[in-house]
Ligand binder design. Structure first.
Ligand code: MOS
Length: 673
């Protein structure tokens, strides 16, 4: 048994490098589920019995669980210094009052978004094992090097003594970017028992302590001229990261998605007595899309301009920060135009939308994603004398097909079959350095390094062949493990017959991720379209059709690309329609910390028809594979597109999630009354 009183367990806790986040065991628990003791046993049931046998004496303190009440002077302080997480962040340009004075149409609303739980299928957990002063950890993580750093910092070990292996994991969505306390508990218990220790959190604990997307209350006011040009945006967001420090900011997309001279964005983050937030799939952006893209839709309705036209009128030609930052590529206009054509938007708008008590409606929403990826990433490719290949990279495959595209790139560059390639990955002891798989940046960060490593092997083989055949290296080409002269087909050699390769045993290539172009914005863009049918008697919403039109640079693999988009849409449906962490104001406890009451969408909630339209335009200025990120833009505009389609169907603007039948039936009844 370990508690905060155990020798060696009284440690400070840093969630991220240098960011103090309480203690490993804190006798001042600030939210339900905060850890007070851990137990190791021979079997899980024995461990559960032991946990139940522990009596904890709690002194119940006053608490606050509503972010809108956190700053009331009457509310209890979650942290000694008060309930503000830093100062509010303000991002402003131009003169907002002047902009509204020039505007002919103004839209103003306050919105609420849910506290969303990552809820990956695989719970959080680790296995820890010591050999002397060397610790090996098998972790379900998005980044083995991030866990290595966190564990080394917590236990005061050299990085080199901590080996983290993360070969397989069942979903993370940002909850598994950072080290968890459970990993350090496993290490301490393994040390104490002298045996390997496995710890996996039950589902309820995952929901209480392993992170969430901050919920937000957001007010927006936008003003435009009668021909639909934006003159001013005023945006104010407040949200909570729970009892510990992280950011609940949402405003950056509102500042930059559309061209507007006069903008004021204010983001406030507060503490409440709840589990700490963690990054969750496009942190801040789905919240912002829910607000900004509904406001744009409302503006289009007021102006009687098609919502696609309105967006096209207001696209910026650079990122409106400082004096303007050019994009390496921005195909949002194509996403809107080609997406509309593929979806049959304009034809569908002409169809009758009423069938008895059923109403059909169409919605669109757009986004960018403000994170790009870049160095560092190192990859090693080894080609053996028999022509088989090892690809060695540190990146984790978090379910997006990382190993698939990596093998495809090596296969293409070396002219070998994909099934000739074996992959070593995500092991701090044996693979190369990579940053965590997150931020939609694994492809644009790591694929250029993979390509560079394969290219280096190819150059090595061509040089061996040039020496052996006595021809110029530039005259040689490689395909299907055969190197031949372009000018004289007689001159050729199989890779497996290269004398020098036989002598060396292996040809090795190292690839590095080169820096991004300076002074450029390298963002992905998207527009999503949906058609819904609303039952005006019950408030039920059927999603009929969904299309994701995405500018994520070059498509490496169409199957994994489409699956990212569909997965993003599933998560967006959850964000908008079904998911919400409910904290009881009487007890401060989460009332739905299980997968029955916390409703993740199932196949039954998905649209009847899903489709995906990649623009597939390589961004060759950004990196050597021409790729941009996809995982996060795939979920940003989804919920807003649904809300806009509902507004189109029944003329009701739904400002608060969840957009479910309970709420909608009430709104319909109120409107009819
Ligand atoms: Mo993502 S929130 O960077 O896993």
């Amino acid at each position: 048994v370990l508690t905060g009183d155990s020798a060696g367990a009284d440690l400070p806790w840093y969630q991220r490098r240098g960011q103090f986040s309480g203690k490993l065991f804190d006798s001042h628990c600030r939210h339900e589920g905060e850890e007070v003791a851990v137990v190791a046993a021979e079997t899980p049931l024995q461990a559960f019995d032991a946990i139940r046998a522990i009596e904890v004496e709690y002194e119940v303190l006053p608490f606050v669980v509503d972010h809108n009440k956190a700053l009331d002077p009457a509310s209890p302080k979650v942290q000694d210094a008060g309930n503000m997480v830093g100062e509010p962040s303000v991002n402003a340009r131009g003169d907002v009052e002047q902009g509204f004075a020039e505007a002919e149409v103004i839209v103003e609303h306050t919105f609420n978004t849910p506290y969303e739980i990552h809820a990956p299928m695989e719970p959080h957990g680790s296995v820890a094992k010591w050999d002397g002063n060397r610790l090996t950890i098998w972790d379900t993580t998005q980044g083995v090097y991030s866990v290595q750093q966190g564990v080394a910092q917590a236990l005061g070990l050299p990085l080199a003594n901590v080996r983290v292996i993360g070969h397989y994991m069942g979903g993370g969505f940002g909850a598994k970017l950072e080290v968890g306390k459970y990993t350090v508990y496993a290490a301490l218990l393994a040390k104490k028992t002298g045996r390997p220790v496995k710890i996996f959190l039950p589902r309820e604990d995952c929901m209480l302590v392993t992170g969430n997307r901050p919920g937000n209350t957001i007010s927006i006011k936008v003003g435009a001229t009668s021909d639909g040009l934006l003159r001013a945006i005023d945006y104010e967001s407040i949200g909570s990261t729970g009892a510990y420090t992280y950011s609940a900011g949402t405003g950056s997309m509102a500042a930059y998605l559309y061209a507007c001279d006069n903008v004021r964005i204010k983001d406030t983050t507060v503490y409440i007595n709840a589990g700490k937030a963690r990054p969750m799939r496009a942190p801040g952006f789905p919240q912002c899309a829910w607000v900004l893209e509904q406001a744009m839709d409302e503006l289009a309705r007021k102006l009687d301009i098609d919502p696609i036209e309105l967006r096209l009128k207001n696209l910026p030609d650079s990122l409106q920060a400082r004096s303007g930052i050019p994009f390496t590529s921005n195909h949002l206009a194509e996403c809107l135009q080609k997406g509309a054509a593929e979806f049959g938007w304009f034809e569908a708008r002409k169809r009758p939308s009423r069938d008895g008590h059923l109403r059909r409606g169409l919605g669109v929403a757009a986004c960018f994603w403000g994170y790009a990826g870049g160095p560092p990433s190192t990859v090693i490719v080894k080609l053996y004398a028999d022509g088989s290949v090892n690809l060695n990279m540190g990146a984790s495959d978090i379910g997006c097909g990382t190993k698939t595209w990596a093998a495809m790139i090596v296969a293409e560059e070396l002219g070998v079959a994909v099934d000739q390639i074996q992959i070593e990955h995500a092991d701090t002891a044996t693979t190369q350095y990579a940053t965590s798989s997150g931020g939609s940046k694994t492809v644009p960060s790591d694929s250029p390094a993979v390509r560079a490593a394969a290219f280096a092997v190819k150059q090595r083989l061509l040089q061996m062949a040039a020496d052996q055949l006595e021809v110029e290296v530039d005259d040689l080409e490689l395909s299907n493990l055969l190197i031949k002269s372009r000018s004289d087909a007689e001159k050729n050699v199989k890779v497996t017959d290269l004398t020098e390769l036989g002598r060396q045993g292996v040809a090795i290539g190292t690839g590095y991720r080169e820096p991004n172009p300076e002074g450029k914005a390298t963002f992905p863009f998207a527009a999503q379209f949906c058609e819904v049918e609303v039952n005006t008697r019950t408030g039920e919403i059927r999603l009929l059709r969904f299309l994701g039109a995405h500018d994520s640079g070059r498509v490496l693999n169409r199957l994994t690309f489409d699956n990212q988009v569909f997965g993003g849409i599933v998560m967006g449906v959850g964000f908008g329609m079904t998911e919400d962490r409910v904290l009881d104001r009487q007890t401060g406890k989460m009332t739905n910390a299980n997968l029955h009451d916390y409703k993740i969408p199932t196949m039954m909630d998905m649209a009847l028809e899903h489709s995906c339209l990649p623009m597939d335009i390589p961004d060759t200025e950004f990196n050597t594979t021409g790729t941009k990120g996809l995982g996060e833009p795939a979920t940003i505009p989804t919920a807003a597109a649904i809300a806009n389609a509902v507004a189109d169907a029944i003329g009701i603007r739904v400002t608060d999630t969840p957009l479910n039948p309970t709420q909608l039936a009430q709104l319909i009844a109120k409107k009819e009354a």
